[in-house]
Write a protein that binds this ligand. Structure first.
Ligand code: ZN
Ligand code: ZN
Length: 389
């Protein structure tokens, strides 16, 4: 058995991990680099080059830094993702990335805790908490070895307890853990929980009747926080695309009173007050202008995404320009585990033979956080032979 981190051993995002037996290769994620950073994707035997007939690819979640290079995958390789994650991707493709529609339609789906086999390797999808809905860790087993790949995770969202109390304790003995460490290069306060964010949002929203929230259309848990924080009697509004995304979520969240914006709602919005989900673009700008023009003092704009997008140098210029005319307040919390929660995860899993950092630009910091771990620091493309140890 071998483990190779083709990309992402020493950078955040753009990850590709391979776990191989003599017979088969299983890959986890094939991400695009985050804007402005990262190494080029090398050709990967059995995934993007050569023979893919004995390979399978498992996707932990729908963020671009985990699925963004799906276009490179050889056509005969089965690619798996969670069912709701697939619906969310299809909606996104219909709206924005039409050229990816066919690729997403071909994705195969799995159910939580239902094992998938690829030759002599199996993968068990283990639901976890992250800022993407329907995110999974994978327990990969072959030849008596058990490897947990965490994907991106956190413990301070609404699925944090489920991750800790239901998912992880049932895994049994683990030999190796491939673990994300996004936050390890960022010193900072422990992240606010999504629940505390909801409480804060409610207080902020109570001060102004007309609230515009700028957040990712696929951060469903965040949208749920604003939905529930919206003071009683006010309308909850978005565009038809966003409404479709909320419908795709089904029973996971109960978004039963969401309005699809049309100008005939304006007078009701004025009377009742509202929370409207917005994204950059002319459609939303026009609606915002309508209310700001007459009622600026009654309006509140909340920015609920990573503040890195607003950096003057590496940020998203479209977003920066969109926000320029407005005074806004920031209300956000991370999608990634704090150092403390990485330690909590480690203590639950206790990998016997090694801890392999990925999705981090400070892999050596795992040694401070979990000094008792057998840390295996790899470089991109380096093959770790598990039979040697
Ligand atoms: Zn990521
Ligand atoms: Zn992610």
């Amino acid at each position: 058995m071998n483990v190779t981190v083709h990309r992402g051993a020493r950078q955040i995002g753009g990850c590709v991990t391979e776990i191989a037996s003599d017979e088969c290769r299983v890959f986890v994620d094939i991400g695009e680099n985050l804007p402005g950073t990262g190494c080029p994707l090398p050709p990967i035997e059995g995934l993007t080059a050569g023979d893919g007939s004995k390979s399978a690819l498992f996707l932990t979640h729908y963020h671009g830094d985990h699925i963004g290079r799906l276009d490179k995958v050889l056509p005969d390789i089965p690619v798996y993702i969670g069912e709701t994650a697939k619906s969310i991707l299809l909606n996104l493709a219909e709206r924005i990335y039409r050229d990816r529609l066919e690729m997403y339609e071909r994705l195969m789906t799995f159910k939580p805790f239902k094992r998938i086999y690829a030759g002599d390797i199996s993968a068990l999808p283990v639901p976890c908490d992250h800022s993407a809905l329907d995110a999974f860790m994978f327990l990969i087993e072959a030849k008596g070895l058990r490897i947990l790949h965490t994907g991106d995770f956190r413990l301070h969202g609404s699925k944090g307890r489920l991750t800790l109390e239901l998912s992880l304790p049932m895994l049994g003995d683990i030999d190796y853990m491939v673990c994300e460490g996004t936050v390890l290069s960022r010193d900072g306060q422990p992240p606010m929980s999504e629940h505390d964010l909801l409480v804060k949002a409610n207080k902020m929203m109570a001060e102004k009747p007309y609230v515009f929230v700028l957040c990712s259309s696929t951060n469903i848990e965040r949208i749920a926080a604003f939905y529930h924080a919206n003071p009683k009697g006010r309308m909850f509004i978005c565009d038809s695309y966003q409404k479709k995304q909320l419908e795709a979520v089904g029973e996971r969240h109960n978004f039963n009173r969401v309005y699809d914006y049309a100008p005939n709602l304006d007078s009701h919005m004025k009377d009742k007050g509202f929370c409207m989900l917005v994204r950059q673009g002319e459609f939303f700008r026009r609606v915002m202008e309508k209310f700001m023009g007459e009622n600026a003092e009654n309006c509140l704009v909340i920015y609920s995404m990573w503040t890195g997008y607003l950096d003057r140098e590496a940020g998203n210029q479209g977003l920066i320009d969109f926000l320029k005319p407005y005074r806004y307040r920031v209300l956000h919390t991370s999608g990634h585990a704090s150092a403390e929660d990485i330690k909590r995860l480690y203590e639950l899993v206790r990998p016997k033979r090694g801890l392999i950092p990925i999705h981090t630009d400070a892999p050596q910091r795992f040694a401070e956080i979990v000094p008792e771990s057998k840390l295996v620091l790899l470089n991109d493309g380096e093959v770790l032979n598990l039979n040697d140890k």
